[in-house]
Ligand binder design. Structure first.
Ligand code: FES
Length: 350
């Protein structure tokens, strides 16, 4: 069985498997986009797997560290509890999924299924990593999500496609050499695979949601999430020491015991809904800052070793004791949030 027509054959040559279509066909038009997405996702997955910090819970930029922030800042935060409980496993699975999506896209192997996987990954990143980015078009994940859509629709369209080559191989001697090779991208197997993947994704989300709901029903402690709401009060002192007040004011955002000296506690600012951090730079001194970078709105990460907040978008750094800009394009300090410690709770005025 051969995949290339005889060099001496007379008349029109049959299309070569995996190299079909005119230069204006969707497969060729989308080829730069397909190669870019495939290469980017492959690289992103390999980079995660090769980065030991990504799986080190003590590093703020690790998968675990990012999850702790996303759980209070993301609209799907309640679904992330089970993932945070098995962070290393899910971190590896996400990295492997990125590699699989990237290689499938590059090779034109189950391309539409790979594109669907890429779109689901991009959607999950949009709802977590990029959710706080303002304006929205500064975030890359929404662009990736949209870029995957045409590939879900047409796949590789038999251009530089392993799917097309395999289809030709399967057809073997029964294929009429003068007819076109059936395009595998629109075949029933591909559709079934896409539907199965969608059902699998829905199933995982349903299990995660059920687990989160069960956790809440059992009173699972979710560190850093908003607790009981108290009546609004005037702004409190920006720093304070633990005290035993008779009538706590403001909104509790976490337990003092969950915030060690030099550590950080992520919470949602009850006044604005923004992601925020509380820190304890010295024993008994509590500070809180918005986690939204003053440059273009990316979410900063806390780097405990350097006692600073770091913005991954354009590399601004902020002093964790004052919120002041240390370097980078950020024009202003991080917004200060008044916080006080009362009866073992960190409370923010609302
Ligand atoms: S968004 Fe540009 S440095 Fe933070």
């Amino acid at each position: 069985m051969g995949s290339v027509s005889s060099p001496g054959a007379a008349g029109a040559s049959p299309p070569r498997p995996g190299l079909r279509g005119s230069s204006g066909s969707p497969g060729w038009v989308l080829l730069p986009q397909r190669l870019f997405l495939g290469a980017t996702f492959t690289f992103a997955g390999l980079q995660k797997l090769a980065d030991p910090n990504f799986f080190d819970a003590k590093v703020p930029t690790s998968f675990q560290g990012q999850l702790s922030l996303f759980r209070v800042s993301s609209p799907i935060g309640p679904l992330l509890g089970p993932i945070a409980s098995h962070a290393v496993l899910f971190g590896v699975l996400i990295a492997l999924a990125e590699v699989a999506v990237g290689l499938g896209t590059l090779l034109g192997l189950w391309t539409r299924l790979a594109a669907l996987g890429g779109a689901l990954l991009s959607l999950s990143f949009l709802l977590t990593v990029s959710w706080g980015t303002r304006p929205y078009y500064y975030g890359s994940d929404i662009v990736f999500l949209v870029a995957w859509l045409p590939l879900i629709w047409v796949g590789a369209a038999a251009v530089l496609s392993l799917d097309a080559a395999l289809a030709e191989r399967r057809a073997g001697a029964h294929v009429d050499r003068g007819s076109a090779v059936p395009a595998p991208e629109t075949g029933p197997i591909d559709r079934r695979a896409a539907v199965a993947t969608g059902l699998l994704a829905v199933g995982v989300l349903a299990i995660a949601g059920a687990d989160a709901a069960l956790g809440r029903a059992l009173g699972r402690n979710r560190t850093g999430r908003r607790a009981a709401v108290a009546p609004p009060t005037p702004a409190a002192s920006p720093t304070s020491t633990p005290s035993a007040g008779p009538s706590p004011t403001g909104t509790a955002v976490g337990q003092v015991s969950a915030l060690p000296v030099g550590g950080v506690l992520a919470f949602t600012d009850p006044g604005t809904g923004e992601s925020a951090y509380a820190v304890q730079p010295a024993k008994g001194t509590f500070l809180a800052f918005s986690a939204i970078c003053t440059h273009t709105g990316c979410t900063v990460a806390y780097e405990g070793g350097r006692r600073r907040f770091h913005c991954p978008c354009h590399l601004s750094n902020f002093d964790a004791s004052t919120g002041a800009v240390q370097n980078g394009p950020a024009p202003r300090p991080l917004r200060r949030i008044p916080v006080e410690a009362v009866n073992g709770e960190l409370r923010v005025a609302t």
